[in-house]
Ligand binder design. Structure first.
Ligand SMILES: *Cc1c(COP(=O)(O)O)cnc(C)c1O
Length: 357
């Protein structure tokens, strides 16, 4: 198979080694003569997978005591509602920072339950920056953030310091940089951006969150129920959890979070340097500090070059570079498994365009 440079925004690139092991397990899991796809999720072999996946998350992110790790269904989009159900009290208020389409959706879901106030927003400039220095209402049930804005290419580099419990949708940058889990009461992330195949959603929950809202929570959205059942309240997304576990093992073998962060910085440095240098291109996010290390968004200054650039991109076997329709232009999604070499190929393609222009 000749090499494709996969810039897909999600589901995204995973390591080849993980694909190899994952495909072996479809045919024969643990030399059992059975496929991972046809065994009971209550079998000791799968229970061991779930437990190892949960433990690896704790190890890699240095999750402190008093937190639980869950792999649930429903995607981060269900997380928007789950977060509110578990933490928004009936008469209370939640504070949301709106940094893009995903935050907007999170606010919409929370509003179905109660008071969800948008305390800051970057909608005025089509979400091309991260709002800063906003006031966080002291009595809020929680502050909700989106760490990385997959579509617009912005990323929170410094999380606000506050006594209000902080919740964060980390779908598209978890495991790409060091974080201090103790700063958050709840972290959630769809697996398919940096962890594994679509299907599982990761929750890292401070146990004091349980029963905080005082609501009668539907069982599938009740984080305490899932915790008490060791993330096996109902059939978990078995294969997604399994492949995520393989990828977590692989991350550790590569040097863990520090190594992931270093690679993310190398890739981001390469691509943004070229966007700055190349007279044909412009970054979609003006402030360097706010630029995402996972999703670099950029545009051609003059659309006359579009057809030729698209052709060069295709010839270089670069896949998934088209920007989201709400931003246009290009988006280089550079998740953990993307080799630095693939970024080099993109940079050379941009240079090739410049030469012919
Ligand atoms: C992709 C994405 C989502 C939506 O995830 P689903 O698992 O498809 O529901 C939410 N938030 C962010 C930041 C995302 O990148």
């Amino acid at each position: 198979m000749s090499k494709v440079h996969n810039y897909s925004a999600g589901p995204c690139i995973l390591p080849q080694e993980v694909f190899q092991e994952a495909s072996n397990a479809v045919l024969d899991f643990n030399n059992s003569g059975l496929s991972i796809l046809e065994i009971s999720h209550r079998s000791p072999d799968f229970v061991a997978v779930m437990e190892e996946a949960r433990q690896l998350v704790k190890d890699i992110l240095k999750v402190p005591e008093g937190y639980t790790v869950l792999f649930l269904q429903g995607g981060a989009s269900t997380g928007f509602l789950t977060a509110a159900y578990n933490m928004l009290t009936t008469n209370g208020k939640a504070a949301y920072v709106n940094t893009g389409s995903w935050s907007t959706k999170a606010i919409k879901e929370a509003k179905k339950l109660g008071n969800a106030d948008e305390i800051a927003s970057s909608a005025d400039k089509n979400f091309n920056y991260i709002p800063k220095n906003y006031d966080i209402p002291a009595g809020a049930d929680y502050l909700h953030l989106t760490s990385n804005n997959t579509i617009f290419g912005t990323q929170i580099k410094m999380f606000p310091k506050t006594d209000v419990p902080v919740l964060c949708d980390m779908s598209s940058d978890i495991f790409s940089r060091e974080i201090n889990v103790a700063d958050f009461d709840l972290i959630y992330a769809g697996a398919q951006k940096n962890l594994g195949p679509a299907g599982a959603t990761l929750y890292i929950v401070k146990e004091s969150v349980f029963q905080k809202s005082g609501r009668d929570i539907p069982s599938m959205l009740d984080l305490e129920i899932h915790h008490k059942k060791d993330s096996m309240f109902n059939t978990p997304p078995v294969y997604s959890v399994y492949v995520s576990m393989l990828n977590l093992r692989y991350m550790i073998k590569q040097g863990g979070l520090a190594a992931m962060q270093k690679k993310a910085e190398q890739r981001a440095e390469l691509i943004y340097r070229e966007i700055e240098r190349n007279p044909l291109f412009e970054a979609a996010v003006p402030d360097i500090e706010d630029r995402s290390k996972m999703n670099a968004t950029f545009v051609l200054k003059d659309e006359v070059h579009k057809d030729r650039f698209d052709l060069l991109v295709k010839e270089a076997r670069i896949n998934g570079l088209k920007g989201h329709r709400s931003v246009g232009g290009y988006r280089a999604s550079m998740y953990n498994a993307l080799p630095v070499d693939s970024v080099q190929v993109l940079v050379e393609t941009m240079q090739e365009l410049e030469k012919g222009a």
